[in-house]
Design a protein around this ligand. Structure first.
Ligand code: PEP
Ligand code: MG
Length: 325
């Protein structure tokens, strides 16, 4: 079985009818890159930079971050690398910084909200990213964007940092892409507005499901509500993809759903361009996509969008998968 999958290691991801898709990896540290290459990743769709901050006793300096980002960029050999700016708060805490006490940390002071409030910390990260951008194809991605103004503020701050680097004669890639996670329902619904400003979207279903269903992603008691393939989620995903495509932006997904065998045919049918997942899921996903015709996937997704329940969607997909063999 392993050998069967090996065939898919060094080939580009293609659907049965020859359409190109991208299969990328989620990583948390530069040492994860090895596994990405071993498993034929076509890029890094999500580098969760918070681990540089969490496995530390101080906010990492610009220089420390630069070295880490540069390492990843160089090892990926000119393939796309999307690095997400600090997504701290919620369940992710720092030993050297005291977060304000809040009733609902998942709805509180975290991620881009923190970065926009702490510009000196944000500056170190953006400068490190820009400096690393000359070593490959970098995308800078902001987490937990809820409003167009947040995205515009964050993007303007990148421009400010670019000007600083210009004045200091420090090189960066002028074409560095600046995009956002779509993981808050307000952003998914408004995707066509965000797409005017964002170079790309990456759908974060781990949080999008949590916030859409108002069900804590860590709580076992309400885990029955954790339904990525519920028609309501499929509709939010569709709005995001359509909104991005209307402005010619590519749309990826880096939530767990992107690597899930039952979800992949649906996501193909909804038009998703890039699938970012744990390295161990990549080859199986590439094999599966090679067995699916886009016309069939589109029919499947359209049917699913009209169903009432998650259970019905999963039954529909299982039937589809059984008929592939
Ligand atoms: C997500 O929310 O789907 C995501 C990829 O980010 P994280 O799991 O780090 O919150
Ligand atoms: Mg998230």
């Amino acid at each position: 079985f392993k050998n069967e999958l090996k065939k898919f290691k060094d080939v580009p991801t293609k659907t049965k009818d020859g359409q190109e898709k991208l299969i990328e990896a989620n990583i948390g540290s530069p040492t994860d890159v090895e596994g990405v290459i071993e498993n034929g990743g076509e890029g890094i769709g999500l580098f969760r930079s918070e681990f540089l901050y969490m496995d530390n006793d101080h906010f990492p300096t610009e220089e420390e971050q630069f070295v880490a980002y540069k390492n990843v960029m160089e090892s990926m050999n000119n393939k796309v690398v999307i690095i997400r700016t600090l997504d701290i708060g919620g369940d992710k805490k720092l030993s050297y910084f005291e977060f304000p006490h809040e009733m609902n940390p998942f709805l509180g002071y975290r991620a881009i909200r923190f970065s926009l409030d702490k510009k000196e910390i944000f500056r170190d990260q953006i400068r490190a990213l820009l400096r690393a951008s000359v070593f490959g194809q970098l995308g800078i991605m902001f987490p937990m964007i809820a409003t167009v103004d947040e995205f515009k503020d964050a993007k303007a701050f990148v421009e400010t940092c670019k000007k600083e680097l210009d004045q200091e004669n420090i090189a960066y890639d002028k074409n560095v892409q600046v995009g956002m996670m779509v993981e808050i329902p307000a952003a998914a619904v408004n995707a066509d507005q965000f797409a005017k400003y964002a170079d790309f979207f990456s759908i974060g279903t781990n949080d999008l499901v949590q916030y859409s269903m108002a069900a804590d992603r860590m709580s076992e008691k309400v885990s029955y509500l954790y339904q990525p393939t519920n028609p309501s989620l499929l509709r939010l995903i569709k709005m995001t993809i359509d909104g991005g495509h209307a402005q010619n932006r590519w749309v990826g997904m880096c939530g767990e759903m992107a690597g899930d065998v039952q979800s992949i045919p649906l996501l193909m049918g909804l038009g998703l361009d890039a699938f970012s997942m744990s390295a161990s899921s990549m080859l199986r996903a590439r094999q599966l996509m090679s067995q699916i015709d886009m016309k069939d996937a589109e029919k499947l997704a359209n049917k699913a969008l009209q169903l009432e329940t998650d259970e019905q969607v999963l039954a529909l997909v299982d039937d589809f998968l059984n008929n592939l063999k």
